[in-house]
Design a protein around this ligand. Structure first.
Ligand code: ZN
Length: 135
């Protein structure tokens, strides 16, 4: 059970195409892929950024949980994702500490990774995602 690093920083955006173009042209980052994640109601685009990534997240459909975030805050940093080893043990450990979890069991994230979100209510209003690579 270890934190291995920052997997990615998630940024909520309204105009995915426009933002992809901006990140590619202004920062010379390469979009490494786009993916609709039905379980989360979002579409994401990833950019490699050294040993970490930047993830642009936009709502897929009208009932996406990210829609209300965007209407309140506009384009903004949405979450920090930590790459972990032993995500199931992490969730049990956090639960035991009384930390509120959005996902009590991991769900499927981008690239088939196992991910789980910790409630911002328990983390100083910061949304934290845990991610474990496929074995
Ligand atoms: Zn993420």
């Amino acid at each position: 059970m270890k934190i291995l690093g920052v997997e990615h920083i998630g940024i909520a955006v309204k105009e995915l195409d426009e933002c992809i173009e901006k990140f590619e042209n202004a920062l010379d980052l390469k979009c490494e892929g786009r993916e609709a994640i039905e379980a989360s109601g979002v579409e994401v685009a990833f950019f490699g950024c050294g040993s970490s990534k930047i993830e642009l997240v936009t709502p897929a459909g009208t009932e996406s949980p990210i829609s209300s975030f965007l209407s309140k805050r506009g384009n903004a940093i949405h979450h920090i994702c930590l790459r972990v080893e032993g995500i199931d043990e992490w969730l049990a450990f956090l639960k035991e500490k009384g930390i509120e979890l959005i996902d009590t069991v991991p769900r499927e994230g981008a690239s088939g990774k196992r991910v789980a979100f910790i409630s911002p209510r328990s983390m100083c209003n910061i949304l934290i995602e845990l991610s474990e690579d496929k074995p």
